[in-house]
Design a protein around this ligand. Sequence first.
Ligand SMILES: Nc1ncnc2c1ncn2[C@@H]1O[C@H](COP(=O)(O)OP(=O)(O)OP(=O)(O)O)[C@@H](O)[C@H]1O
Length: 492
Amino acid sequence: MTRAARPGDRASDPPAGYLVAGYRTGELLGAGAWGSVYAARGPDGTQAAVKLLGPARLSPGQRRTMAQIAHSELRFSRRADHPNLIRTLAVATVDDPAHPALDGALALVMERAARSLQDLLAAARPGAPVPGAERILTEVCAGLTHMHRAGWVHGDLKPANVLLMPDGTAKLADFGLTAELEGTHAYAPPLGSPDHVPPEWWSERTGARGVALRPSADVWAFGVLAHQLLTGGLHPFLGATARARSLAAQAYARGAAPLRLDAALPRRWRAAVTACLAADREERARGDLRALVAAATARPAAPRPRRAAIAGLAACAAAVLALTGAPEPFMPRPTGRAVPGTIPAGSDVPAAYRGMIEDAARRCPEPEITPALLAAMLKAESGFDPSAARPETGEYGIAMWTPGVFNAWAKAAAHPGPKDYMDPGDAIAAMGNYVCWLDQQLKHRGMTRGLPALVAAAYRTSDKTVAEEGGVPARVRPHVDRVLRYLADYGG
Ligand SMILES: Nc1ncnc2c1ncn2[C@@H]1O[C@H](COP(=O)(O)OP(=O)(O)OP(=O)(O)O)[C@@H](O)[C@H]1O
């Protein structure tokens, strides 16, 4: 972490012991393009970091961008609530006319990190993974996946923006370019880091609200970051400068050059990094980052116990499926078999969707994935409303799909051509496919009791979360109870 100067060295630095939102500032920890970060201590001695954004050093033209960045930091920081996202402890505007260089600055008080991945890379030996690379990548992936699921794009994932806490935990920071998805994309000022923006970024038009930003941009940046951490700092595209490397990435995206990952990149990570660096952003979006990372970090299955081997296989299968963009549960059931749990005739399941629901259930070989269960889940998800939308969490349509996740499971829809999560037929077919896979994952993890509840919970969270919490997580219990009530209504 850069320790460039002591407080008070620059006109915009606060004097030592300056009080911001109840925290006393200390030494300068580092400075970015738009702000500076200082060590700070809370009234109870809590170690913190204070980021001061503006107002000094800016031309009037820069102030607008600055205001946008400050607004983004503020909006997301307040909502960031995940062990792999830097927590904001307080937010304040400096009101101090006696210090014109500070007066009006936005102050974000955050938990204090020990260093950044940039520092780790600076000390790395090229050709060897940095210590703890796999764990760090798993944690970065967890933070990023959480953001995407909540409908946000980080927009500036790079080594300087991944902080390591004193206990080594990796946390994503710097939400200045973080933007909320509006449908398939968000908007942010055109300020990404040239080494980490995806190739399509360079040809995006900048409109009044900035450039279009998609979760697939974070996935690309994750691919670059993974390559850097696992090879001791080597960028996947060759070039002496960031400009040269970005031109090499653009040439690859145009098909003018192949992707040449460094030989030092561990074998088991090559598929995941290749998928993250897919030239086509649609293809990138189809991958499931969490499954890719899980497969890359899965240890070779030990001969015993049997369950561990099965779980390893399942993780690999998940990665392969995510890579091909055409996931399918294991063991497709021969069609035409009678399916238990058929929806009763007089129920409230709209007639238009019954056939779709029954077809989706029939494709799954698992006995608990019945039409009644899928219908109960659809009712709890959207009340059978095909135009349902929850933009705050990025979930849409009758099955409340997160668009990026839907793409990976949409192959189940029988028709050729593009699939649409707002189309009830596509959404229900994909839901059946995904729910079937979740059910199998839970069984592989040894969870065999109360599967309808576990599957409904996993659909809202993930199979991993349900397994880690040993059952239905408390936060989705009310939702799961609704599913079970509807399931009972449908005779399931
Ligand atoms: N919570 C924190 N704890 C400790 N150090 C931090 C914290 N947040 C940021 N820093 C340090 O302060 C530096 C400046 O952070 P900042 O977010 O302003 O800019 P940056 O990400 O380095 O660059 P830019 O914003 O221009 O892309 C970071 O590189 C990091 O080393």
